[in-house]
Each structure stands twice: as structure tokens, then as C-alpha cells.
Design a binder for this molecule. Structure first.
Ligand code: TXA
Ligand code: MG
Length: 499
């Protein structure tokens, strides 16, 4: 049985504006959507709210219902499903069973939905929201939004206190990953923490690809990344930060549109190129006046940044120009004993690198298509400008024409007519189930049903398997350039070469 997350409503996921009667009074915190989307990947979500306005005669049952239904449907619009909403309509004086911190509704969810209270978490801006899960054997997280600041003195000293819902989600996801990872994870993680603090390099999983990380503020540590990868010094690195506050400590300023994107999509596969400040060493940015920053959506990467309190410069953990690694095993194949610490983790969920948006010019523009569809970005800040010609070089080698390449020659099936296949050992990188597999010496099917997310997630691993199959040539099928399809086609074109 799995746990669930029980979210307080007012002051936790929406602003606390007193007794809410109508939809128009509901204001979500900007970071709520991404935080709940991330939690939902691991837990069913419940809202548990106390509406004492009912007992006081300020709210009718219809008012409460209207607002709750609106909150649930607004979240659904962002792809977030709330399993159930539980309401206690009493005031404390009523002495009811269902008021927090009584675990009444958690027990009810256990009965109705089969969740495990001991693996569950509650989040809220009142001390009772914290003891709520505690009383059911789970864990509570306190947030400083809403009434959080006001009641802070009443907290038990060992309470987990977080600035808001984003950080609460981080904490819960890290706590779960560490609990489940066992001894091997804890050891790998501790070794990585040691390496980073000592100015050495460690491999860390992110949601996109595995990264080769070092202290971004230590030029000697960063030089080790360049050396290990054989990466040219003109290719700047992405700095991985815990969130907006840490990003701000590295930049001269953050334009409003950049902040909005960070609020909505961090942690996530979005990198922002912003004017840097003097704290960022030149080696990180290859001497450019800008720095690339992102917050990775992976509990172990976040845990490493938080535990060391160090921003991490990290390119993909492969030798320069080669296929990016999406498993710890790929990293080991690439670097073997050269690397002291590789944090073990499951295969990277997204599988292609982050989308990079530059704010180096007046208008934001796309530097690299990646794991966050540009359609999602344009919905927030409008149509992106075309990439100005001077930014192609020297600053953007993810933009080099040949990159991500297997050793075996690779052609796109759209360019097949020019290529001689007969008599050669040939492999197919297929985007969906293929009919005549026997035409090929080896076939890697990235997704049986042609699902783009699955294709992206399996892309680099599929390329690696074909590369290891002793073929003369790899033929790659193509996908439509929409959503994640853009990133997939971008990587395939750069992987293409004739030997
Ligand atoms: O998903 C990802 O972004 C992964 C994981 C590890 O976070 N990282 C990654 O890093 O893909 P890498 O080294 O493959 O890509 C870094 C690219 C550079 O090649 C360049 O195109 C761009 O980021 N970049 C970095 N700093 C820049 C800057 N100041 N101006 C323009 N582009 C920059
Ligand atoms: Mg509250």
C-alpha cells in the first residue's frame, strides 16, 4: 500500500483570504501547480480543509462546495487530479472528531482509497496541519505561507518548516526517495556530497539525463568536468540550483518573464540564460556575460544541491559529443573508475536535455529545444523571438551540428535514398512497432505505440544499444516536430553522420 499527500487548502495551495464564498476569491500560489504535478507522480492527492465559517454562520454548505469544486477543476486544468476533498465544517469548540489535528480524514482515506497512513504526508500553514499526519503515523510539513509566519512559535522544535508548497513538495519527494533507496543509495549519496564539498566531480541523476556535477563557484572543480569530458572550453555549463532564490544569487537580475517561467516550470527541464553576476567564475560560462541556470526535477539532484548548499555546474555525464547517459550504468560504461561517486537512480524520466531559453537579448529566444515543449513556454510569455545569428557561436555547442553522436554512422530515414544499405549490417531506431523486423540486423523500438514521452525517454538508451551491436549503419525513423518531437528531432539530426 502506498501513502498519500493531504493538502491544506487556504494558505497552503491558495492564498488565505478569509472565508471564501466564490470562485473569484480564489488565488493560487504560482508554484502550486508544478508542486502538485510533481507530487502526483508519486502520491494520490487529497485536500483536507477546515471551514469553520460554516459553524459561525458566515458560509453556507453551497459556498464551501462551490469554492472546492472550482479549486479541483482549476487544478484539473493543469493536469492535477485531486482524489477527494474532505471538509470539516465545525469550529474547535464543537469538539467534533473530524477537526485537525485528529487523523479522522486520513483514516477515512485509508478505508475509502486503501492508502497507507504511515507512508503519508500532510502539508499546511497551521501547527494542526502538521500533527494531522503525525497522529496517523505519517509526517507533516509546515509552510510559512498563509498563517505560517503567525503560528511559528507554537511549533514543536523538530517540525519540518518550508517557505512554501514548492519546497514542501521537494522535501516530501526527497524524503520518499531516501527512504526507499536503501543502503546503496545512502552510501552513493554521501560519497557524492563528500566529492562536491572537496572540489571533486560526482555523477547525479536528473529528470533529463545524468549530470557530471561540481561546485559551480570553484573554478578548479569546474575545470575537472571539462577535463573528464574532453569538452572544449568554449562550451558553457548549466548551473543547477535549488530554486529561484539560489538562481538570484548568481545573476545580475531576473527579468519578470524569466521569473514567471521559473515559478511555473521549476523544478523541471527548463534552463534560463540570464545576465550573470561576479560570483560566477568565467570557466562556467566560457567567458560569456550570461549564466545558464535550472532547478532539476529529481529528488536526488535536489537533495545534493540542498545538502551541500552549493550550486552545481553539470553537463551530461558523457564524453564530449557522444550520446547522453540516462542510467547510472551508462555513466559507469563511460567513465569507469575515473568517477568516485555515481549516485544510483532509476532511468531518467524525460530522457532528453532541458529546453534552453535565453534572456541575453531584449526578447527571450529558444537556444535548444528540450524536455519542456516550447508550446508550454509560449502559452505563458508569448511567441519566442527567433535565435539571433551571433548566438549560434560560440556560446551554444549543444547547438554544434554534430553532437549526441553514436560511433556508428547514422542516417535519418527521410534521407535514405542517398544511402547504400545492401550488404551492410544495418540497425533501425524505430519510433513505433515495426512490421518487417527481418529486414534489419537489429531493431530498437522506442515506443510500441509511438508515444512521444516514451520515445524521448528511451532515445539515448536505444541509440547506445544500437551503437553496441556492431552495425555498419543505423537508420533512424523521424517524428513530427511538435511538443517533445522537436527535441527528439533536434537530437537525431545532430546524431546523424556518415562515419
Ligand atoms: O538537461 C540538461 O540540461 C542536462 C542536465 C544534466 O541538467 N544538462 C545539459 O548540459 O544538457 P549540456 O552541457 O549538455 O548543455 C549545456 C548547454 C551548452 O552547450 C550551451 O548550449 C548552453 O547550455 N549554455 C550554457 N550556458 C550558456 C550561456 N551562458 N549562453 C548560451 N548558452 C549557454
Ligand atoms: Mg491553511
Amino acid at each position: 500500500m502506498d501513502g498519500a499527500v493531504f493538502l491544506d487548502r487556504d494558505g497552503t495551495i491558495i492564498e488565505d483570504r478569509g472565508h471564501l464564498q466564490s470562485e473569484s476569491q480564489v488565488v493560487f500560489f504560482p508554484e502550486t501547480f508544478n508542486a502538485l504535478r510533481r507530487l502526483q507522480r508519486e502520491f494520490p492527492l487529497f485536500i483536507v480543509t477546515n471551514q469553520s465559517g460554516r459553524a459561525k454562520g458566515i458560509l453556507t454548505p453551497e459556498d464551501i462546495d462551490r469554492v472546492n469544486r472550482y479549486v479541483v477543476s482549476a487544478l484539473a486544468g493543469y493536469g492535477i487530479e485531486i482524489e477527494d476533498v474532505y471538509v470539516c465544517p465545525h469550529s474547535r469548540e464543537d469538539g467534533c472528531e473530524c477537526i485537525k489535528p485528529n487523523a479522522f480524514f486520513i483514516d477515512m482515506a485509508a478505508e475509502e482509497y486503501g492508502i497507507d497512513p504511515r507512508r503519508s504526508y500532510s502539508v499546511g500553514d497551521h501547527p494542526h496541519d502538521v500533527s494531522f499526519a503525525g497522529n496517523a503515523g505519517g509526517k507533516g510539513v509546515y509552510v510559512l505561507t498563509g498563517h505560517g509566519e503567525k503560528h511559528i512559535r507554537e511549533l514543536n522544535p523538530d517540525t519540518i518548516v518550508m517557505p512554501g508548497i514548492k519546497e514542501a513538495a521537494d522535501w516530501i519527494l526527497i524524503n520518499k526517495a531516501m527512504d526507499e533507496g536503501g543502503q546503496a543509495l545512502r552510501e552513493g549519496f554521501e560519497r557524492a556530497v563528500g566529492c562536491i564539498k572537496n572540489g571533486d566531480v560526482a555523477a547525479v541523476p536528473t529528470e533529463t539525463v545524468y549530470g557530471l556535477a561540481a561546485n559551480a563557484l570553484d573554478p578548479v572543480a569546474v575545470a575537472k568536468i571539462f577535463e573528464m569530458k574532453g569538452r572544449p572550453a568554449f562550451d558553457p555549463l548549466i548551473v543547477h540550483v535549488a530554486g529561484i532564490a539560489q538562481a538570484e544569487s548568481l545573476v545580475a537580475f531576473m527579468p519578470q518573464e524569466a521569473r514567471r517561467l521559473a515559478e511555473l516550470f521549476w523544478p523541471g527541464p527548463l534552463t534560463l540564460v540570464l545576465p550573470k553576476n561576479e560570483r560566477v567564475p568565467d570557466i562556467v560560462t566560457s567567458g560569456l556575460p550570461t549564466v545558464a541556470v535550472r532547478t532539476p526535477d529529481h529528488p536526488l539532484a535536489l537533495a545534493l544541491i540542498q545538502e551541500t548548499d552549493i550550486p552545481l555546474a553539470a553537463p551530461s555525464a558523457n564524453r564530449f559529443g557522444r550520446t547522453s547517459p540516462t542510467t547510472a550504468e551508462h555513466v559507469r560504461q563511460e567513465f569507469g573508475d575515473e568517477l568516485e561517486a555515481v549516485i544510483p537512480g532509476e532511468a531518467c524520466r524525460i530522457g532528453v536535455e532541458s529546453t534552453i531559453i535565453s534572456f541575453a537579448d531584449e526578447k527571450p529566444f529558444l537556444l535548444r529545444p528540450g524536455g519542456l515543449p516550447i508550446e508550454d513556454i509560449e502559452r505563458v510569455i508569448g511567441t519566442l523571438s527567433p535565435c539571433p545569428p551571433q548566438s549560434e557561436s560560440p556560446g551554444a555547442p549543444g547547438m554544434l551540428p554534430r553532437h549526441y553522436a553514436p560511433q556508428t554512422p547514422l542516417v535519418l530515414d527521410s534521407a535514405l535514398e542517398d544511402v547504400q544499405l545492401t550488404g551492410r549490417r544495418k540497425g533501425l531506431l524505430a519510433m513505433q512497432e515495426v512490421g518487417n523486423e527481418r529486414r534489419w540486423d537489429k531493431v530498437e523500438t522506442l515506443s510500441e505505440c509511438g508515444d512521444l514521452q516514451e520515445i524521448a525517454a528511451n532515445l539515448f538508451a536505444g541509440l547506445r544499444r544500437l551503437d553496441a551491436a556492431d552495425l555498419d549503419i543505423i537508420v533512424a525513423e523521424t517524428v513530427t516536430e511538435e511538443g517533445l518531437g522537436r527535441a527528439v528531432m533536434d537530437r537525431l539530426r545532430r546524431a546523424a553522420h556518415d562515419g
